[in-house]
Design a protein around this ligand. Structure first.
Ligand SMILES: CC(C)(COP(=O)(O)OP(=O)(O)OC[C@H]1O[C@@H](n2cnc3c(N)ncnc32)[C@H](O)[C@@H]1OP(=O)(O)O)[C@@H](O)C(=O)NCCC(=O)NCCSC(=O)C[C@H](O)C(=O)O
Ligand SMILES: [Mg+2]
Length: 361
């Protein structure tokens, strides 16, 4: 595969297009909330959701009926033009690159609402070639429309080839903002034997060893603990490493069992602990869960601040509550403290919560 030379990587891909960013802004995006702009009931709720969620995403792809594709695109333009998004980012998910709708998605949205669109999510990305195509087309459209800042690209990992090529996808363009896991399409593409939209599966488990009888054989009808495993651990971990390597942001994806808010919270928390910065929300009930899970807890911030205070110049080792803390644990604590500071800038309730944490000796 041929790569652009380093000096060309940050050059605009069309004369008159905005300069590519050298750093992807670390804007809070705990929940990327999906709505169907062709659904009037949903669309009517969007202006009131501004400020309650970090990202509002007008979805044009799967979950929008084929007959509603044009209405969804037009609906998104209308909502974007008539809404002041304040601190909330506006994203869209365009149709897949092999679909009959994607060209019109891009050529309509960029001139109409390109100044308001922060990120375009591209589904079913297979390799760097998909990002290169969107990158060049966006540059041409931005130049023609006189857009002042580059629209960023977010890729969904939802094919086996996309997962295999995750490194080159992350590094394909300075527009790359991040990646999400697309567990439903990925499961289908991999021919996994599941029927769910994200989350676990009761059949994917590890069972406690069987007790042995006097004959030394396993007692098969004995009660044994079973531990359900995470089907998505490998892919999320691979995605997190690729994103961290390239300075972009990893996200979990959809959790389709809307009513199981407890398992949803578990799935989101696993992703948070592994390094993801946010997740998708498919229903208003999932926004609160995501905001809670992807914000560091009071306990973690209290502990992190103690470590930061105790570590002085950041070198050496100290004991806190019987545990050794050193340069490496300090770096982990700083990840949490810096995230809390960023979130506090846009979330007054969270700021008040973090400000109220007592300073311990
Ligand atoms: C999942 C839903 C179909 C559920 O809808 P519904 O049955 O209408 O839910 P409720 O009755 O509980 O709704 C209560 C009210 O809230 C409104 N509502 C529902 N969802 C949203 C929303 N996302 N944004 C704003 N408002 C919403 C309803 O209109 C009700 O309003 P009211 O009657 O006035 O009280 C539905 O939530 C939905 O369609 N969600 C989005 C689904 C989606 O975007 N799917 C695509 C992403 S997942 C995916 O693509 C897979 C991935 O790519 C992969 O491969 O893994
Ligand atoms: Mg999908």
């Amino acid at each position: 595969m041929s790569h652009k030379s380093a000096k060309d990587f940050f050059r605009p891909l069309a004369v008159g297009a905005p300069l590519p960013l050298r750093e992807i802004p670390a804007r809070p995006s705990r929940a990327i909330h999906f709505f169907d702009p062709s659904n009037e009931k949903m669309a009517a709720k969007i202006p009131d959701m501004v400020g309650t969620v970090d990202v509002l995403l007008g979805n044009l792809e799967d979950a929008v009926k084929a007959d509603n594709k044009v209405a969804a695109r037009e609906g998104l333009v209308k909502i974007a033009q008539s809404t002041d998004f304040g601190p909330t980012q506006l994203w869209t998910r365009i149709n897949s690159l092999d679909s009959p709708w994607v060209l019109d998605d891009l050529t309509t949205l960029v001139p109409a609402i390109g100044e308001k669109l922060d990120v375009i999510m591209v589904p079913k990305v297979q390799g760097a070639e998909d990002i290169h195509y969107v990158d060049r087309l966006l540059a041409q459209l931005e130049a023609k429309a006189g857009i002042s800042k580059p629209i960023l690209i977010h890729a969904i990992l939802e094919t086996a080839r996309g997962v295999a090529n995750v490194e080159e996808i992350c590094g394909a363009s300075p527009r790359m903002q991040g990646l999400s896991l697309g567990p439903a399409d990925l499961a289908a593409d991999r021919k996994m034997k599941t029927t769910r939209v994200g989350g676990g599966h009761p059949g994917y488990l590890v069972r406690e060893d069987a007790p042995r009888g006097e004959d030394g054989l396993p007692i098969l009808d004995a009660q044994r603990a079973i531990f359900q495993q995470d089907l998505w651990h490998y892919t999320i971990a691979k995605m997190v490493d690729a994103c961290a390597t390239h300075g972009i942001y990893p996200y979990y994806g959809p959790f389709g069992d809307i009513k199981d808010t407890v398992a949803c919270e578990d799935q989101f928390r696993n992703a948070f602990l592994l390094g993801c910065v946010g997740t998708w929300s498919l229903h208003p009930v999932q926004i609160k869960i995501a905001n809670r899970v992807f914000s560091p807890s009071v306990e973690d911030i209290a502990h992190a601040r103690r470590v930061v205070a105790a570590m002085g110049d950041g070198t050496g080792a100290v004991m806190i509550d019987g545990k050794m803390e050193d340069d490496a644990s300090l770096k982990q604590c700083l990840v949490l403290v810096e995230l809390a500071e960023k979130l506090a800038e846009i979330d007054p309730d969270l700021k008040a919560t973090y400000d109220a944490i007592p300073t311990e000796a």
